[in-house]
Design a protein around this ligand. Structure first.
Ligand SMILES: Cc1cc2nc3c(=O)[nH]c(=O)nc-3n(C[C@H](O)[C@H](O)[C@H](O)COP(=O)(O)OP(=O)(O)OC[C@H]3O[C@@H](n4cnc5c(N)ncnc54)[C@H](O)[C@@H]3O)c2cc1C
Length: 346
């Protein structure tokens, strides 16, 4: 006999997890499908949320709206499971060049940057000083993404809302009043497949521009437990574990860690920080679902309106996914408008 769910959600990375939690909160039944977080970039991400990015020290557009929604969502989930997920962190950033220094001077004169950037001192940090100053960047956080994925997965399993399965797009059938997938009948399917949406025949045309990144975890004792950012970063997490990341390449898009990236990241850390002795614990690689116009891809398929996409968060999923997953759910359930630029390629 056919099982009926309001929604099938394909992919239980950060995005699929948030979409599913939002739908459940709104009283909808969901079936989440994922195949062991295979190639999930959420499963390896550091979870950083940073208001100021790039060598131009640019304030992320709409940061205030995104961080408001992110804090609300993650704090709600923290209360639900009585645990911590979103961790505030003090971020110190080293100014590396005349170019960055020029932008810093501009930013310090601009009142919109005042809540986020203040001057700091090298001696507080592990940095090898540069000829330029260092700054502290306020409103920085990291999300315990792996923990969140684990909690969501357990919750979905307990509700009978989870199937460990590689979704087979060819098996999906469009009927007049519903969609069927094997023995499941549903109103809509929401695809949250991260970079693997490239292999989804309904959405393979999306302007994805994925990039590979690698992260190293080390065990290291230091009292200077700050997020150190010099273009690359080192983040203290728990129990003397620090994460070091991340490189960026579009050359060979696979999830194999490489010796080249390891040498590059360790070299960069040693050049910019005075590091106490450390032991390497892990080295992981993933693929960011970045897009050509740096815009997320949210909304219904242009030909098959019962199929939806929620994707394209690049390196800012932890900040932006709570905002856009809610926008998509409000669109589906209440008709809230999704701005055209996010839908135009679907
Ligand atoms: C090295 C690195 C560091 C990063 N650091 C940060 C950071 O600090 N902060 C930040 O915000 N972002 C960071 N990111 C980016 C972030 O990881 C991604 O934007 C985000 O995790 C994407 O989430 P997602 O749910 O869209 O995709 P994913 O996490 O990739 O999840 C997609 C899921 O779909 C499943 N799936 C795909 N196809 C199918 C199918 N056919 N059937 C069933 N299941 C399927 C996969 O198994 C996977 O579990 C980083 C990325 C990398 C690579």
């Amino acid at each position: 006999m056919a099982q009926t769910y309001d929604f099938i959600i394909v992919g239980q990375g950060l995005v699929g997890s948030l979409v599913a939690m939002d739908l459940i909160k709104r009283g909808k039944s969901v079936m989440v499908m994922d195949h062991n977080h295979d190639q999930s970039s959420s499963a390896i991400a550091a979870g950083l949320i940073n208001p100021i990015s790039g060598p131009r020290l640019h304030l992320v557009s709409q940061f205030e709206s995104y961080i408001y929604k992110a804090k609300k969502k993650y704090h709600e989930l923290e209360s639900f499971w009585n645990t911590s997920l979103l961790i505030p962190v003090t971020q110190h950033r080293k100014i590396l060049s005349e170019f960055e220094k020029e932008y810093l001077d501009k930013r310090l004169l601009d009142s919109k940057y005042h809540p986020y950037i203040i001057k700091s001192e090298y001696k507080k940090t592990l940095f090898v000083p540069s000829p330029y100053e260092s700054i502290e960047i306020r409103e920085s956080y990291y999300l315990e993404v792996k923990k969140l994925l684990g909690l969501c997965k357990k919750y979905f399993i307990e509700r009978g809302s989870y199937q460990n399965e590689k979704f087979d797009h060819q098996t999906l059938q469009h009927k007049t009043d519903c969609i069927t997938y094997k023995n499941i009948q549903t109103q809509s399917v929401i695809f949250c497949e991260g970079h693997q949406v490239r292999f989804n025949p309904f959405f393979s045309h999306l302007p994805l521009n994925p990039s590979k990144g690698e992260i190293i975890s080390v065990s290291m004792k230091s009292e200077k437990k700050f997020l150190h950012n010099w273009g690359h970063w080192m983040l203290p997490v728990k129990n003397n574990v620090w994460m070091l990341g991340a490189n960026f390449t579009r050359e060979k898009l696979d999830t194999q860690p490489t010796q080249e990236a390891l040498n590059f990241l360790l070299g960069s850390a040693k050049e910019n920080l005075t590091l106490p002795p450390f032991d390497m614990i892990a080295h992981e690689a993933g693929i960011r679902p970045s897009t050509k116009g740096h815009l997320p891809l949210i909304g219904p398929h242009s030909k098959y309106p019962k199929l939806y996409c929620c994707n394209g968060f690049g390196s800012k999923a932890c900040l932006k996914a709570p905002y856009y997953s809610e926008l998509l759910v409000d669109h589906i359930l209440d008709g809230r408008t999704i701005p055209k630029e996010f839908q135009k390629c679907l």
